[in-house]
Design a protein. Structure first.
Length: 81
């Protein structure tokens, strides 16, 4: 969703469209904690590259990898020597 948000913002997609509005709303929930990192205020209707969404993708990917490693820490496949 965040990658789609970045693409739609780069293409200056019309927020009046139902799909675009829904995508901005849903992905905005995940991007919102990172808006303050670059003092960013979302603007729609003009082409922008939203760095906060890119940071959100990286942070959530790192969290996912960390959780995956945590859950596989004691698995038998991890004990390969």
């Amino acid at each position: 969703m965040l990658a789609l948000r970045i693409v739609l913002l780069l293409l200056a997609a019309n927020k009046g469209s139902g799909f675009v509005d829904f995508t901005y709303w849903l992905s905005g929930i995940f991007a919102w904690p990172f808006y303050g990192v670059f003092n960013y205020q979302p603007s729609y209707g003009q082409s922008v590259f939203e760095l906060s969404s890119l940071v959100a993708i990286v942070v959530y990917a790192l969290i996912a990898v960390g959780l995956a490693k945590l859950f596989t820490l004691n698995s038998k496949s991890a004990d390969v020597e």
